[in-house]
Design a protein. Structure first.
Length: 371
């Protein structure tokens, strides 16, 4: 009976190599070949396979645990190397952001790069935790992120991102000018112009008493508020003929009470149109009006912002549509351009216009008479 050990399969050898690295931090080809009972050529092939998967860093004569300085990326399924490994962190994987991710993936593929996606929440601490995980992995060349930008928490995240050694592109976010940060780049929808488009659309339909309904915590709300104010001022509307209302979360138990108060205010003040952010809020508002016998658009016209599900309203709701997939593509293209050209390239900050999609909720056979 032979005392010789049976030969190890490739997967077993590579698991042993990783085990040795976790224990000692580094290994040599010669020592591994002796302990595994294989040739040094076989060990080098195993190390290469592990490095191609981004699990180890190859060094002369052996390997180490993945080094933060190792910016190489794994091989693709066709055996080719990607140019860059791009980390992406977004605050939602279920609303608004999936189309942005789709556009980002398409741009990464076109640039022969990998996109590593992490979903966070709107909690700044969670956003920073997810971004840190990618940075600390040492495996990404740059970041595309949609972090909090408002208040003290937002300022802290943005200042931290500004100081990272790898380039960062904000997506659907921008830095408040008061922070005067110079390195961060961004690609965002021009939400302010979207609100101006909404104001002009309703004005041209004959509405002169128009309300604005926004959630308090949305990162988009402040941009819409500024654009709305500009639009009304440019149209010469009396500020007393409009009002702003704070919407509660659409899943809140007090949602119906909140909507009832909004509609009561419209009826009492003769308001004939509302600009609402976002789609779910607009659809709930529409349902509430129908239940009360208020006709859409004859008694109250509605324009929504986001155009995720607005077309599913009854009647379908007019909406401003941010070019989400295009925003994702541009963000990745901006990052790849930075990685290709280096720090000498001027900082790029891009705004893209949303599109007004007119549907039945704001169209009337006979427009209201100007007040």
């Amino acid at each position: 009976m032979s005392d010789e050990q049976p030969p190890l399969f490739a997967i077993e050898r590579r698991e042993r190599i990783l085990h040795e690295l976790r224990q000692h931090g580094s290994v040599t080809v010669k020592r591994l070949a002796e302990s595994l009972g294989v040739t040094e050529i076989t060990v080098r092939r195993d190390i290469t396979a592990l490095a191609d998967r981004g699990l180890v860093t190859r060094v002369h004569g052996g390997a180490t645990l993945r080094s933060p300085l190792d910016r190489s990326v794994a091989r693709g399924s066709d055996g080719s190397h990607s140019r860059y490994r791009i980390g992406m962190v977004v605050p939602s994987l279920s609303y608004y952001w999936p189309q942005i991710v789709t556009g980002a993936r398409a741009a990464a593929t076109a640039a022969q790069s990998q996109l590593v996606l992490r979903g966070a929440s709107y909690d700044p601490a969670d956003q920073r935790r997810q971004i840190s995980a990618l940075v600390d992995s040492g495996s990404v060349h740059g970041l595309v992120v949609g972090p909090e930008t408002a208040g003290r928490d937002g300022a802290a995240i943005l200042s931290w991102l500004e100081e990272l050694e790898i380039p960062v592109v904000l997506v659907e976010r921008r830095v408040p000018s008061v922070l005067a940060l110079r390195r961060l780049e961004w690609v965002t929808t021009d939400h302010e112009f979207g609100a101006i488009l909404a104001a002009h659309h309703l004005y041209q339909a004959g509405h002169r008493r128009i309300g604005l309904a926004l959630p308090a915590m949305s990162p988009t709300s402040e941009h819409l508020r500024r654009g709305w104010s500009r639009g009304l001022a440019e149209l010469g509307l009396d500020p007393s003929a409009t009002f702003e209302y704070v919407l509660e979360d659409p899943d809140s138990e007090s949602r119906e009470r909140n909507l009832a108060e909004l509609v009561d205010r419209c009826v009492a003040g003769g308001t004939t149109a509302l600009f609402v952010h976002s789609d779910p809020q607009a659809i709930h508002l529409e349902h509430h009006c129908v239940d009360r016998g208020i006709r859409i658009p004859e008694d109250l016209a509605i324009v929504a912002y986001d155009d995720e599900i607005a077309e599913n309203g009854e009647p379908p709701i007019t909406a401003l549509r941010p070019p989400k997939a295009h925003i994702g593509r541009l963000a990745v293209e901006t990052l790849v351009s930075r990685l290709d050209e280096g720090p000498r390239r001027p900082v790029r900050r891009t705004r893209v216009l949303p599109e007004l999609i007119v549907r039945e909720s704001s169209q009337t056979a006979t427009a209201p008479s100007p007040a």
